[in-house]
Design a binder for this molecule. Structure first.
Ligand code: SF4
Ligand code: SF4
Ligand code: SF4
Length: 279
């Protein structure tokens, strides 16, 4: 019972932090990604790389990921929060109606996760050849950032609107659909090395024989420790932690549990302060 109460408490804390970031930094992820587009454009023109606001946000978030894992994705990204909200709503509709929406099989999930690297590469190439405006005009996350910041999108963003709608449908079918399969910023985050202070590990010796509860609970279908190449996919949603009946999942090197309220609040406060005041 205590475990259930603790889980509910940590989930509530995560949701509160998500809502705060959703309203304070609705476009942090698209600002960070703007730096990637700017870099591609600058490289193609032979222009020097500048450390403007987008580049500073991007570099800070990448450095933060190295230290704390993808905490930004799990707790602070507005588009990730949108995905969580839509999926939560879809689950509640399925529960109430007794109808199950189709789910993407685990094997397909693992292959589809590679699509985001193609998206990242494709966007980089388009920006390199001077098509940055085309990318912005057709990008669902740019449109979302505009809408959430209460800015009017331009009339030529119809394709972006259709893509955003399709993305929302995907979000209703699969947990963190966009994050896992399509997000170019997520692709970049997943390639970052993560220090032991931000790495989740499983104490396999204490595992129940043949158990795969954590893998089934994980939106990225990760089995920590057996999936080294895909560990960058971990978006720090804590679903595995809460699902494990033995409390076997922890940070590789930390006095704190990954969802300890003190540790979560410290990380969120650092993110908030740096994004707000330093950058
Ligand atoms: S993967 Fe992309 S959209 Fe998802 S939470 Fe991370 S930055 Fe945001
Ligand atoms: S369930 Fe666990 S391993 Fe999977 S993404 Fe969430 S925190 Fe990472
Ligand atoms: S749910 Fe817990 S016991 Fe089961 S495999 Fe995962 S870490 Fe081990």
């Amino acid at each position: 019972m205590d475990r259930v109460r603790a889980r509910k408490r940590t989930e509530l804390l995560r949701n509160i932090i998500q809502i705060i970031f959703f309203f304070i930094f609705p476009s942090a992820f698209s600002s960070a990604f703007a730096a990637v587009k700017e870099t591609a454009a600058a490289l193609s023109q032979g222009a020097p790389l500048s450390l403007g606001p987008f580049a500073r946000i991007c570099l800070f978030l990448l450095a933060f990921t190295v230290i704390a894992g993808r905490f930004f994705c799990g707790y602070a990204c507005a588009f990730g929060t949108l995905g969580d909200g839509v999926y939560m709503l879809s689950r509640s509709i399925q529960k109430k109606t007794g109808k199950k929406f189709p789910k993407i099989p685990v094997k397909a999930v693992k292959y589809l996760q590679l699509v985001k690297y193609v998206v990242l590469g494709g966007i980089f190439v388009l920006c390199f050849i001077g098509e940055q405006e085309t990318v912005n005009r057709n990008s669902p996350w740019t449109l979302f950032s505009l809408l959430i910041s209460l800015k009017a999108p331009s009339s030529d963003m119809i394709a972006a609107g259709i893509l955003l709608l399709l993305t929302v449908v995907g979000m209703a079918l699969q947990s963190r659909f966009f994050c896992q399969f399509l997000c170019p910023m997520g692709a970049l985050f997943s390639l970052m090395p993560v220090l032991p202070s931000g790495q989740l590990v499983r104490d396999s010796e204490n595992c129940i024989h043949g158990c795969s509860i954590c893998e089934r609970a994980c939106p990225a279908a990760l089995k920590l420790g057996d999936d080294d190449l895909r560990e960058g996919e971990c978006i720090r949603c804590n679903k595995c932690l809460h699902a494990c009946p033995r409390g076997n999942i922890k940070l590789k090197l930390s006095a704190f549990s990954p969802d300890s309220p003190a540790w979560v609040v410290i990380q969120a406060a650092v993110l908030l302060l740096v994004l707000k005041f330093v950058i």
